[in-house]
Design a protein around this ligand. Structure first.
Ligand SMILES: [Zn+2]
Length: 346
């Protein structure tokens, strides 16, 4: 076939008045576009008055005329030949044009998550931590302890006598606090190394490695006093509840409940081993310093214990230890020393 004989491609014209689709020829004339519907009246439209609809890179562009009609063009190239330049398109504009509902849903979802995590969960967790019945706190703590035992610890190899002696000392210190029903647990730390943990429900865990490093000494008392500070302020419980809340969010958001449950359990384990915020550590240190003084001890012991732990961690970097879950060590040693200097000056 001779290309010269080819008919120019036709557009489809919807006049906006009826549901009829007109086959229409289009011609360019000066600044105007002529629409010639087959069997209908010719329409002249100023090109700038034509509005592009839908995605600008659609294979068959759609244009709206000022009187509400619509033109379905045969191709983009055809539009360009008629002098109809598609508007400049940005990635954002294209994304918004093609997936507006998805974008709105994603935005609302993110806003909700940020709002819940940032503003609702922390105060809700703090409120619950204060009002939670001790029995429930104990069972939460037992669940957390089971999770930690399964992930990190082995049974202690300390002798009965040694454990009894240390427990006795700790119980005496705890009598000077408001903490009731304290339980002291001993574990072999393995990869966790020399460490002490406070678990919700009034449990303090000491690793064999910590006892070996500090001995049955005032330094061990100082570390225990710090953990009692965490228990007193319910740091572990508050963090645990915040993570449990996040777990609930995952249950809500993820389609697989098993997966959500696993993530929640993982949080329960990590919350104990990942440690507390710097503010919580400072609060626990200050509690320990007050308690040590109150029970006739020195906060120098806390500084000494921290120094020994820092040296141990430095010598054995691959192990996680008390310090990996207790950040800001240099600052804390200085604070403990400063407190001791002030006390001895008095
Ligand atoms: Zn701590």
């Amino acid at each position: 076939m001779n290309p010269v004989d080819e008919q120019p491609p036709k557009a489809l014209w919807f006049d906006g008045q009826s549901s009829r689709a007109w086959s229409a020829e289009l011609r360019s004339e000066g600044e105007s576009l002529l629409i010639l519907p087959q069997g209908g009246a010719v329409l002249r439209v100023a090109r700038p008055k034509l509005e592009w609809l839908g995605g600008c890179d659609a294979p068959r562009p759609i244009l709206r005329t000022p009187d509400g009609g619509q033109l379905l063009l045969p191709s983009r190239e055809f539009a360009v030949e008629l002098g109809l330049q598609p508007p400049q398109e940005t990635l954002l504009r294209r994304t918004l044009a093609t997936t507006p509902a998805l974008m709105v849903a994603l935005f609302l979802w993110l806003t909700t998550v940020v709002f819940l995590v940032g503003w609702v969960l922390p105060p809700a967790a703090d409120w619950v931590s204060v009002h939670l019945p001790p029995k429930i706190e104990k069972s939460l703590g037992a669940e957390a302890l089971r999770a930690i035992d399964g992930a990190h610890f082995a049974p202690s190899e300390l002798s009965e006598a040694e454990r009894a002696r240390i427990t006795q000392r700790i119980s005496e210190i705890a009598r000077s606090t408001e903490i009731r029903g304290l339980s002291v647990e001993f574990r072999k730390g393995n990869r966790v190394g020399a460490n002490a943990l406070a678990v919700p429900g009034g449990v303090v865990i000491l690793t064999d490695e910590l006892v070996a490093l500090l001995g049955d000494s005032p330094r061990l008392d100082a570390v225990v006093a710090h953990e009692l500070g965490h228990l007193h302020a319910k740091h572990g419980l508050r963090t645990y509840l915040r993570h449990a809340g996040l777990g609930l969010l995952f249950v809500f958001v993820l389609p697989d409940p098993d997966m959500a449950q696993k993530m929640a359990e993982r949080f329960a384990k990590e919350v104990i081993t990942a440690g507390h915020s710097r503010d919580a550590e400072r609060e626990a240190d200050e509690f320990a310093q007050r308690l040590l003084e109150k029970t006739g001890r020195s906060s120098d012991d806390l500084a000494d214990a921290l120094r020994l732990l820092a040296a141990k961690t430095g010598a054995d970097e691959k192990r996680s230890g008390f310090l990996s879950s207790h950040p800001g060590i240099g600052e804390r040693i200085e604070a403990a020393k400063g407190k001791a200097a002030v006390s001895s000056d008095r």
